[in-house]
Design a protein around this ligand. Structure first.
Ligand SMILES: C[S@@+](CC[C@H](N)C(=O)[O-])C[C@H]1O[C@@H](n2cnc3c(N)ncnc32)[C@H](O)[C@@H]1O
Length: 248
């Protein structure tokens, strides 16, 4: 679908800092008449929209009644009315964002759509800690995994991940971190492997912690966080040391 013909745009909002929006995302925000946005969104991003744009918070917080079906129906309703609709989603719309489910609803309704990729927290999180997800001779692969599962969906194969090694980036894993650490060590990964985590990456309240895989469960990690397991995570420790030196 060409961008010019799109009625509904699924737009990646990046990890939080408005400076990390793409040029196209900003353009779509400025054109939008209706914006359906996630909860985990920096208000500064929404400030880029027209003052008269209708902003709808469809965040699925605890106790919220916004089902995916209701969001899909609202996208279709505004799209059918011919409004320029932006569905603003954290990070990249197609990484653990149920983006394709929304596209399927638009396709079924015969509406024109597009996806504007965003800077995913899976990459921006590690970058905020100075951690490269791949590094020559250190990590040749990177696997992005989530601890969040739909009912009936199988758990990730932690044994296979432990065998593969490389870099493991865990999203939505703060609450399950002890289990992640335990499963990876049970799968054969060394308890000494470095880990690092960033909460609220790119935001003013960004927080980084680091340690060993064996200690993952006891590290103070609050959601929303990106956890990195693998040799590259030691660069987070380097960054912390450099910051401490600079402050001294
Ligand atoms: C439903 S997933 C959506 C991921 C999103 N589509 C992306 O590409 O970043 C939400 C998870 O993304 C991660 N996340 C998103 N923004 C973050 C940020 N600014 N700092 C740390 N983690 C973040 C957290 O793991 C959070 O639980």
């Amino acid at each position: 679908v060409s961008a010019a013909a799109a009625v509904v745009s699924l737009v990646g909002a990046g990890p939080g800092d408005p400076d990390l929006l793409t040029v196209r995302a900003v353009r779509r925000l400025r054109e939008a008449e209706v914006i359906l946005h996630d909860r985990l969104l920096d208000p500064a991003v929404l400030d880029l929209a027209r003052p008269d744009a209708v902003r709808i918070d469809v965040g699925k917080g605890p106790g919220e009644s916004w089902t995916q079906e209701r969001i899909n129906a609202l996208l279709v309703e505004h799209g059918r009315a011919g409004r320029r609709v932006v569905r603003l989603k954290g990070g990249d719309p197609f990484l653990f964002g149920r983006g394709r489910e929304e596209v399927d609803a638009l396709v079924a309704a015969g509406l024109a759509w597009e996806v504007v990729p965003g800077v995913s927290s899976a990459l921006a999180g590690p970058a905020a800690m100075g951690v490269p997800v791949t590094h020559r001779r250190v990590a040749a692969t990177v696997t992005v995994v989530t601890c969040s599962r739909a009912a009936g969906e199988a758990d990730p194969d932690w044994d296979a991940l432990a065998r593969l090694g490389g870099t493991i980036v865990v999203l939505m894993g703060a609450a399950a971190r002890a289990e992640v650490g335990r499963r990876l060590v049970a799968g054969g990964l060394s308890p000494e492997v470095p880990v690092a985590a960033v909460t609220n990456a790119s935001r003013p309240d960004q927080r980084v912690v680091h340690g060993r895989l064996a200690d993952l469960g006891s590290l103070p990690i609050e959601a929303p966080a990106v956890i990195v397991v693998g040799e590259v995570a030691r660069y987070a420790a380097c960054a912390a040391e450099a910051a401490a030196l600079a402050a001294a």
